[in-house]
Design a protein around this ligand. Structure first.
Ligand code: ZN
Length: 449
C-alpha cells in the first residue's frame, strides 16, 4: 500500500488533541502518529529536558524533548494542511505522512545532556535517531513498518536530508524550519526571555512550496527577518549564557573524571547503567535506558566518592556551583590563558580536570555556504530574492560567526571566598590568580583592542 492510501485509512474516528502552552493544542488525526507517540522510545523523551544545563540559569526552562517534538509536529501539520489547501499543484499530497512522522521523530535519538554526553562518550544523537527508526525490534520501527516495509527508510531519509523531495527536507531541516520555529518559541516561553518570540502565525501564512523547496511570500519579509533576529538574540542571551556553560563544563569534567576512574578500575560507587559507555562498548538498548534522572542519580551517588575530584565536581553540579569563566580574544590572549592553566597545575591540581576552554559560536544566517539552504522570498510573479538581499538587518548578521571563547575554572580561583566562610582549598593561591586576571584586559571586554 502506498503511503497516501495508508493515510486515508489511517484516520482516527475523532481527532485527538494534546494541550500545549505554546501552540494551544497539538492536533492528531492519524492513528499512526498516536501510536508513535505511545512507543517507549518516544515516551523516553519526556525524561530528557530540552535545554540541558540552561535550566540552571533560567529555572523555568524544564520543558522536555517530548513537548518540543510534539510542537515541531504541530507546526509541520499546520504547514502541510495549508499547502494541501492552497498549493495542491506545487505540493505532493503523498508526502503528508512521511513529513509528519519525520517532524515528530527528528530528535528521537537525543540523550540526557546530549552535547556534554556526546563529547565525553563520542556518541551521536543523529545516528541514534536513525538507528531507532531503522532497527528491527524497536517499537518505533514496528509502527512505521505498518505503513510499508520501506517507510522507516523514507522517514529516516528526511532526517538525514537525503529524501528526494527538497520541500519535505527543508520543512524539517533548514535555516528556517519547523524544528527551529518550535524551539525558539518554546525556549522563549519557558525561559521567560521574550525576545525569542516572533510572529509564527504570520510566517505560517506566507510560507509556500515551489519546485526547489520552500520560500516565503515577499510581503512576509519582516516576519521572517524578525525570526532571524530572534534566533540570534536567543543564542546570545540564552543558549550561550556563561552560567549554563559553567554547569556544562562542571558536568563535562565530572563525566570525564568518572570515565577515567572506571578505566583505571577505581570508580566507586560503581554505576552499571553508564558502564557500557565508560567501556565504549554500548548497544542501542544501553543508550535507550539513559535519561536525565539516570545521570542525576549517578552524580548524587558520586558525591560520596573517595576520589576528591569526582566528589567535589558532583557536589558542585548537584548544588549548582558552576565553574566560572573569563572571556578572551582568540589569537592574542592564549599566552595568559596558558599561564592561568599553569597556575592551577602549580597548585597541584590536575589542569585537565579543573580548567576547561569552552567556545560558543553561531552563524545567525548564511547564504553562501553550500551546506546552508538560503531563505528565499517570492514575489507575486514567482521570481525569488534571497533574504539578505532584501533585508538590511539580515544582511548585517549574514556570514558572521557570533559567540565567544572562555576559560572556565572552579569559582574559588576567580572569586576567592568571603570572610567567615569555610576556607577554600584554593584560598592561599587566590591572590596570585587574581593578579593575572585583574592586570589583564581579558576580564574586561571594554579593554579589548
Ligand atoms: Zn528539534
Amino acid at each position: 500500500m502506498s503511503a497516501d492510501k495508508f493515510e486515508r485509512i489511517d484516520r482516527l474516528p475523532f481527532e485527538k488533541v494534546f494541550k500545549d502552552p505554546v501552540h494551544d493544542y497539538v492536533h492528531v488525526r492519524h492513528k499512526i502518529i498516536l501510536e508513535l507517540i505511545d512507543t517507549k522510545e518516544f515516551q523516553r523523551l519526556r525524561r530528557i529536558k530540552q535545554l540541558g544545563t540552561a535550566q540552571f540559569t533560567f529555572h523555568g526552562a524544564e520543558h522536555s524533548r517530548f513537548s518540543h517534538s510534539l510542537g515541531v509536529y504541530e507546526i509541520t501539520r499546520k504547514i502541510v494542511d495549508m499547502f494541501e489547501r492552497n498549493y495542491p499543484k506545487e505540493w505532493d499530497l503523498s508526502m503528508r505522512l512521511v513529513t509528519l512522522c519525520a517532524a515528530l521523530l527528528h530528535d528521537l535519538g537525543h540523550g540526557p545532556f546530549s552535547h556534554t554526553f556526546e563529547k565525553i562518550f563520542d556518541t551521536d544523537h543523529e545516528a541514534f535517531t536513525t538507528d531507532i527508526i531503522l532497527t528491527e525490534g524497536t517499537e518505533i520501527h514496528e509502527v512505521l513498518s505498518r505503513v510499508s516495509p520501506d517507510f522507516p527508510n523514507q522517514v529516516a531519509s528526511v532526517i538525514t536530508k537525503e529524501h528526494k523531495n527538497p520541500q519535505v527536507v527543508q520543512l524539517i531541516s533548514s535555516q528556517i524550519d519547523a524544528d527551529r520555529m518550535d524551539y525558539l518559541q518554546r525556549d522563549a516561553f519557558f525561559t521567560g526571555a521574550t525576545y525569542g518570540a516572533f510572529d509564527l502565525s504570520r510566517i505560517l501564512r506566507v510560507i509556500r512550496p515551489y519546485d526547489k523547496g520552500i520560500a516565503f511570500q515577499y510581503q512576509g519579509m519582516h516576519a521572517v527577518e524578525d525570526y532571524v533576529v530572534s534566533r540570534f538574540q536567543m543564542y546570545m542571551q540564552v543558549y550561550f549564557h556563561p552560567a549554563s556553560r559553567g554547569m556544562e563544563v562542571t558536568l563535562d569534567r565530572l563525566l570525564y573524571r568518572a570515565k577515567q576512574l572506571y578505566q583505571n578500575g577505581e570508580l566507586y560507587p560503581a554505576f552499571p547503567l553508564l558502564e557500557p559507555f565508560f567501556k565504549e562498548d554500548y548497544t542501542l538498548d544501553d543508550y535507550l535506558r539513559l535519561d536525565d534522572g539516570v545521570i542525576q542519580t549517578a552524580i548524587n551517588l558520586w558525591t560520596t566518592s573517595d576520589d576528591a575530584y569526582l566528589s567535589e565536581l558532583s557536589t558542585m553540579f548537584l548544588n549548582r556551583r558552576p565553574f566560572k569563566s573569563v572571556a578572551y580574544q582568540k589569537g592574542q590572549d592564549e599566552p595568559i590563558i596558558e599561564k592561568l592553566q599553569d597556575i592551577v597545575e602549580e597548585l597541584n591540581y590536575d589542569k585537565e580536570i579543573f580548567t576547561r576552554i569552552n567556545s560558543s559560536s553561531d552563524l545567525p544566517y548564511d547564504y553562501k555556504l553550500k551546506s546552508k539552504t538560503p531563505i528565499h522570498l517570492m514575489y507575486g510573479d514567482g521570481t525569488l530574492v534571497e533574504l539578505s538581499e532584501a533585508s538590511p538587518i539580515v544582511r548585517s548578521l549574514s556570514g558572521n560567526l557570533h559567540g565567544d571563547h572562555r576559560l572556565f575554572v572552579p569559582k574559588e580561583f576567580l572569586e576567592g571566598t568571603k570572610e567567615n566562610q569555610e576556607v577554600s582549598m584554593f584560598q592561599e593561591y587566590y591572590d596570585e590568580f587574581q593578579r593575572y586576571i585583574k592586570n589583564d584586559r581579558i576580564n574586561d571586554p571594554s579593554k579589548k583592542q
